[in-house]
Design a binder for this molecule. Structure first.
Ligand SMILES: CCCCCCCC/C=C\CCCCCCCC(=O)SCCNC(=O)CCNC(=O)[C@H](O)C(C)(C)COP(=O)(O)O
Ligand SMILES: Nc1ncnc2c1ncn2[C@@H]1O[C@H](COP(=O)(O)O)[C@@H](OP(=O)(O)O)[C@H]1O
Length: 297
């Protein structure tokens, strides 16, 4: 019986992302609460009203929007999304450590051990590639991150700071000045307003990348465990399997206590994926224009 060990999730599953953004955008248009938030923000004093076409800030400037998730300081934004790659890393490492698909153990044959080490290395490579992409897009790309550079290229700038810089010498080395003016975080920290360009959502980008990476890995690892468990139950057919066959190299000799860690690592991963999806949905409802959201997914 040849059952694939790690069936690849269908690419069609990725449609959940545009569907989520579409649903969130529709909700933001038809929900009375979302509309009330928008109306109240439009009644803000002119000095507080942004001049740029970006709706990200325009619609949600009020200090305390009606909906908790429309607040930038909501607990999930601060302790989950803002350090989202840390959560992704922890969840991913827990998979590598505790899922039988990647775990080499002395009770396995040498061929089985090699298969698992190879799988773990491949998974780590996927994580490293995703981490590099996240880093270059949102944190640093030989200076400002790609998202910040695309904002500048499309006409955005750090408004108040640019004006001040025009009037006085900012001091510091030229590279310090560039950092101050040309990255969203540095601009906001310097009291400037990051306005005027196409502001690709870092939240949408990171949440899509992180949840897709984790879900893809968890589906594969979970399927391996389920397949192995069904083989353990079916003792006769399990004994017929070749140890060297990567398709059937299940954790027949798994230590009893590793089952708990295996379950909890999957729960952690699906928890991160679930909360990540929810925050993506919240970003779709309360933050950014439609174009800014879809341009990064
Ligand atoms: C060419 C450079 C390549 C560098 C990458 C090399 C990859 C090597 C592979 C593996 C090595 C392991 C390294 C471990 C990395 C651990 C990652 C972290 O934990 S970083 C610390 C936590 N920080 C975050 O999670 C930040 C997440 N937040 C954001 O990215 C942003 O806040 C946002 C994009 C979500 C929103 O942006 P904002 O401007 O609106 O705040
Ligand atoms: N789901 C969410 N919950 C709370 N704040 C969010 C959010 N999605 C985006 N934001 C906020 O909206 C702004 C634009 O984010 P992004 O460009 O990454 O989508 C950021 O504000 P700050 O930069 O003031 O923190 C971010 O914190």
């Amino acid at each position: 019986m040849a059952t694939p060990t790690r069936p690849a999730p269908s690419p069609a599953a990725l449609l959940i992302y545009p569907a989520t953004l579409l649903l969130g955008s529709l909700f933001s248009v038809i929900s009375p609460v979302a509309r009330a938030t928008r109306d109240s923000s439009l009644r803000l004093p002119k000095s507080a009203a942004p001049l740029a076409p970006s709706l990200a800030a325009d619609l949600h400037l009020s200090e305390n929007p009606v909906n908790y998730f429309a607040r930038k300081n909501n607990i999930f934004n601060i302790y989950f999304v803002k350090i989202g790659w840390l959560w992704t890393t922890v969840a991913f490492v827990s998979l590598l450590l505790f899922q039988p698909a990647y775990r080499a153990s002395s009770s396995l044959s040498q061929a089985q051990q090699q298969t698992r080490v190879r799988r773990a290395l491949q998974a780590f490579l996927r994580y490293a590639i995703a981490t590099t992409i996240w880093y270059l897009m949102t944190q640093w790309f030989f200076g400002p991150a790609i998202i910040d550079r695309s904002f500048l290229v499309t006409g955005g700038k750090c408004e108040e700071v640019m004006e001040r810089a025009g009037k006085m010498d900012l001091g510091g080395s030229p590279s310090t000045q560039v950092e101050t003016l040309f990255s969203a975080a540095a601009c906001k920290a310097a009291g400037g307003a990051w306005r005027g360009g196409h502001d690709i959502s870092g939240h949408v980008f990171m949440l899509v990348l992180a949840t897709a990476l984790l879900a893809h890995e968890a589906v594969g690892a979970g399927a391996f465990s389920a397949f192995s468990a069904s083989n353990r139950a079916d003792g006769d057919s399990a004994r017929e399997r070749k140890a060297s066959d990567p398709v059937v190299s299940g954790p027949m000799n798994e230590e009893p206590d590793s089952g708990l860690a295996r379950k909890w690592s999957l729960r952690l991963v699906w928890g991160v994926v679930g909360l990540g999806w929810w925050m993506l949905f919240m970003t779709a409802i309360w933050f950014h224009t439609w174009l800014e959201k879809v341009s990064c997914s």
